[in-house]
Design a protein around this ligand. Structure first.
Ligand code: SF4
Length: 258
């Protein structure tokens, strides 16, 4: 059976596919539990500073969660790459791929390897959102859109936690995620990221404008570091010294445990 551990040990590019429950093939891994990052979803719907969303939104969220859960079909394709050089604003991989982002370069400093991945929850939630729009159920479509983002966020968190747990035994830890189009990483570098992975296995296509199809997909990189005294998610967080106070992607001091 394929596993993240084997992938890490062989250090080759492997693909991880989570079949939908309706498919016959046994799952390669069973750790993914479909669901939603509700806090993330609620923040997309306008929740601020620990306040609750209005009761009507809460009711709609509960209803839509039940409706959308069976439509989540997660897949992740990923590879582990040596980092050959990091200099001001430039991250070079051993495979001659170069990424340009000052914040990412700051965060990846000290990492010898990086995980690069494409994750998706499939296209059924996209289809349901379009269906709701066609029927004029705009409020439901809005909530479904936020929940779709919350579902792929949860998938990515679970994937990263699984990798982190494997590496923990080897005295290594993982850092913060960076995605093209966020922070100061140009979205045009999606093309370079996609060139490293088997996007067909991930089931994700890259459009001419570098947007992904299905829409509820995430592509990203995170570093692998030797364990130190302080978690790299704290010490390598560029948001702590960034002046962009109104940034919606701002990471607070991360208190996440492996
Ligand atoms: S606050 Fe926003 S722009 Fe600044 S480092 Fe964090 S994510 Fe990037």
């Amino acid at each position: 059976m394929n596993s993240i551990t084997q992938t890490l040990q062989t250090n080759t590019i492997e693909n991880l596919f989570f079949p939908s429950p309706t498919e016959e093939a046994p799952p390669l891994t069973t750790y993914y539990n479909p669901g939603f990052n509700i806090d993330f979803t609620e923040r997309l719907l306008g929740k601020k500073n620990g306040n609750k969303v209005p009761r009507s939104t809460q009711t709609r969220l509960d209803t839509m969660q039940k409706r959308l859960t069976p439509l989540i079909h997660p897949r992740v394709s990923f590879g582990i790459y040596e980092i050959s050089k990091i200099e001001k604003g430039i991250v070079s991989l051993a495979h001659h791929t170069i990424f340009h982002s000052h914040k990412m370069a700051y965060s990846l400093k000290g990492a010898k390897r990086a995980v690069i991945f494409i994750a998706t929850i499939g296209r059924q939630i996209d289809a349901e959102i379009n269906n709701l729009m066609r029927k004029g159920e705009l409020a439901n479509a809005y909530v479904a859109d936020a929940l779709g983002s919350g579902a792929v966020e949860r998938l990515v968190e679970q994937f990263q936690k699984e990798v982190a747990a494997e590496l923990f035994n080897e005295d290594q830890e993982v850092g913060l995620r960076f995605s093209p189009g966020y922070c100061d990483w140009p979205i045009t570098e999606q093309t370079a990221l996609f060139s490293l992975l088997d996007s067909k296995t991930a089931g994700v296509k890259l459009g001419k404008t570098c947007l992904m199809d299905p829409r509820k997909s995430v592509s990203a990189i995170f570093g692998i570091y030797d364990q130190g005294k302080m978690r790299v998610k704290h010490s390598k967080n560029p948001c702590m010294r960034c002046a962009k106070k109104d940034c919606i992607a701002r990471r607070t001091a991360v208190a996440e445990e492996i």
